[in-house]
Structures are given as C-alpha cells and as structure tokens.
Ligand binder design. Sequence first.
Ligand SMILES: [Cu+2]
Length: 135
Amino acid sequence: MSLSYMRRALPVGLLMLAAAGMASPARSEATEYEFQLLQSEVKQGESALLAVRLIHKPTGHTVPAAVIFTHRLDMAPDGMATMKSRLVPLPSTEPGIYPFNADLSMEGNWRLSLAAKLQGEAGTVQARLIFKAVE
Ligand SMILES: [Cu+2]
C-alpha cells in the first residue's frame, strides 16, 4: 500500500470509527486493544507453546489481567474450519502476555480465535490470528 493511498484512506477510516462510536460507544473502546501473536511460525507438535500479547494501540502498552472467555484453534486458513484442536490457556508469566498450550497436529496454517473482557472497559476484544505450524 502506497503512502499516498494511506493519506487518502485515513480520513475515511477516522470517519468510520467516529460513526461506529456514535452507534456503540462500548465497541469503539474495545477496538483500541489488539491481540498480537508473539510468533508467526510455531513448531508443529502435540504440546506446542503459543503466546499472544494484548496491547492498547494508542499507547503501545501491554495490558494485563484480561479475561479470555472464548478461545478456539482451527485450520480455517487451510480450508479446514471444522478441524478444531486442543487449546489450553496457561498462567501468564509476564504482564500482558497470554500463553497457551496447543495441539498442532498438522503442519500448515492455523487460526487462533479469542474473545476477552478487560477490566474497566465495556465491550469485547476479539481476535482472529493466523500462524503457521512448521516442522
Ligand atoms: Cu488440518
């Protein structure tokens, strides 16, 4: 994407955010947060370690103590949305980092879906993150 495209697209994006904010203030607050995978490639195996970081986008700070109430792991990116696999949340060892133990039974592209509630924020933070299981 070129810089000139981004300059033109930005005001439209801001208007859309403003419109969404009027319709649903709670939702627009939750959109300031983002889950990010710590790694885009993970070694395939039945006891793989995945980790995501939750950031507050305006400040770049990591956000601890989110309650992840929905989590799912499947191979939707490779056309296997029904191929769901085991995903177990682990205790956080670093503020704002959320680790999981996962059964990556197959090499290829996996999707990690999360939904979380944050302390002091209405709305839900949702994420669909794609990563690759490699040998
Ligand atoms: Cu598969």
